[in-house]
Design a protein around this ligand. Structure first.
Ligand SMILES: [Zn+2]
Length: 303
């Protein structure tokens, strides 16, 4: 072995030695994962107060909603007094939960707690002005809402005169009542014939100028249902804020057409293509969804 080779091997050994030591030190290094947010302690009354304010602000943000379906009574996020809170179900509550935990662990309860309000039932939760609230209308959700409603057969009105009898109209409306009983809404019915002066038969669906004076002549808070010969092919139509019309010939059950139009008076739009739904257009469905019941009851109590 010549001097050069010796030197070479020595160099190799030194590299291997220090390399191994380096590798050992690297592998044996203590694993220190710095927390992204170092734990903060809130030992003072002042910082606890700050944390309390922060929690309340976050809870307020979590209460933001677009519609009723967003709002839930949170199982996890309670107020600093342990009372229930509204939370948007889509809100990520991790930060709030951490802060509340921190508060509960490190802060002496410094807020003066009053007894918690009664937790609302699911159907009492609503989104008003983008905030989850208790729906005051739904609180009486189980109470029946009774609305005055006048059935108007159009008589002595030429082209508009209905072929329906008073008895026929009263009988069909019984079924309309049954449909709306799902929502706890009932109608106190009277029957009063009406005359339409304007003798021009409707030609365009949705354009019924001859109803203008009839609607304008009503001066009560009742709902008005007009039974008329024809509506240019429509089954029914909304002709005023509390006024609907139903044609003699309907492509769906006449009592269902009546109930559907009443749904529009209650602020309900058309349901997507759903055979079962009362608010589907041109179908015979009779079901009213929970959300629709909520909307309809709210509106019904404003009539
Ligand atoms: Zn409709």
């Amino acid at each position: 072995m010549n001097q050069q080779t010796k030197q070479f091997l020595k160099t190799i050994l030194i590299f291997v030695f220090f390399g191994s030591v380096g590798l050992y030190l690297y592998l044996a290094r203590p694993i220190v994962d710095l927390p992204v947010e170092p734990p903060i302690t809130y030992p003072s009354a002042q910082s606890c107060e700050k944390l309390g304010v922060k929690i309340n602000t976050l809870v307020k943000q979590a209460n933001h909603c677009a519609d009723d379906a967003d709002c839930i009574v949170s199982e996890e996020v309670k107020s600093l007094c342990g009372c229930w809170r509204f939370i948007n179900k889509n809100y990520n509550t991790n930060t709030i939960k951490q802060d509340i935990e921190l508060y509960n662990n490190q802060c002496v309860q410094r807020v003066l707690c009053e007894p918690c309000l009664t937790e609302p039932r699911k159907e009492e939760v609503a989104c008003e002005n983008n905030t989850c609230v208790i729906n005051e209308f739904a609180i009486q959700a189980q109470d029946e809402i009774l609305l005055p409603l006048i059935l108007h057969p159009v008589r002595e009105s030429g082209v508009h005169t209905t072929a329906r009898t008073d008895e026929g109209i009263l009988a069909l409306f019984e079924n309309t009542q049954t449909i709306w009983s799902q929502a706890g809404i009932a109608f106190e019915v009277t029957l009063e014939k009406v005359r339409i002066q304007d003798q021009i038969a409707p030609t365009t669906m949705g354009s019924y100028p001859f109803f203008t004076h009839v609607v304008a002549s009503t001066n009560d808070n009742a709902l008005h249902v007009y039974y008329i010969r024809d509506l240019a092919g429509a089954n029914g139509w909304t002709v005023g804020p509390r006024h609907i019309a139903v044609a003699d010939i309907t492509t769906v059950d006449d009592f269902r057409a009546t109930a559907h139009e009443i749904g529009h008076l209650f602020g309900l739009g058309h349901a997507a293509d759903n055979e079962e739904s009362l608010m589907a257009s041109g179908r015979n469905g009779q079901k009213i969804s929970e959300g629709e019941i909520h909307t309809a009851r709210k509106r019904a109590q404003q009539f």
